[in-house]
Design a protein. Structure first.
Length: 195
């Protein structure tokens, strides 16, 4: 019996969904802070190879989510077709990913961790988030200048298994193996750089 996504199936109301989202967001931010991800030093240590905590946490989240979604789909609790997918615009998303990565490496925060850092009193995060918001404002105001480029490479609503014409379980297993290898490599690099 399909019961999820909970709002889409009417299991919970939109208002309850907003409250739940707020509580989950608060909990997520609290956990990020407790893990030390509200510190620019901890986050930039990832780029220098000294601390691979961010890599481990993110890859663990990706693998857990992938298998969780596939299990829920197999049990017909939350079918894959019930998810909203953002469209894939290959060119603009590749450039956007590079810009976010560069901003992360220079500033020491991503959008989420900058909010966590502000909540814990980090002054540098205020400048980081302000710069990010200024960039979004400039982008929005200049939309007419970049709209054509932003639409290039439109692949529609597509997942990696669809794109590669592979079984989703196979893709998830490959990602799991990459994660295991990545964790082993991260441990090795950390030991070499921190001894």
């Amino acid at each position: 019996m399909t019961i999820a996504p909970l709002v889409k199936t009417g299991f919970i109301s939109f208002e309850i969904d907003l409250i739940a989202a707020g509580l989950i967001g608060f909990g997520f931010g609290f956990m990020l802070e407790r893990a030390g991800f509200g510190s620019a030093k901890k986050l930039t240590d990832q780029w220098y190879g000294r601390d691979w905590s961010v890599f481990r946490v993110m890859f663990t989240a990706i693998v857990t989510t992938m298998f969780g979604i596939l299990i829920l789909d197999a049990l017909n609790i939350m079918p894959l077709g019930s998810f909203y997918l953002n469209g894939t615009y290959l060119h603009s998303q590749l450039i956007g990913g590079i810009l976010v990565g560069v901003g992360f490496a220079i500033g020491g925060y991503c959008p989420g961790t900058s909010v966590v850092a502000i909540a814990s009193g980090k002054i540098d995060a205020i400048f980081y988030l302000s710069g990010m918001m200024l960039g979004m404002l400039i982008f929005a105001e200049g939309w007419d200048l970049v709209e054509n480029f932003m639409q290039q490479g439109n692949m529609g609503d597509i997942t990696i298994p669809q794109w590669l014409d592979l079984n989703p379980w196979l893709v998830a297993t490959v990602v799991l193996l990459i994660a295991v290898g990545g964790f082993a490599g991260a441990n090795y690099v950390e030991k070499k750089l921190n001894t």
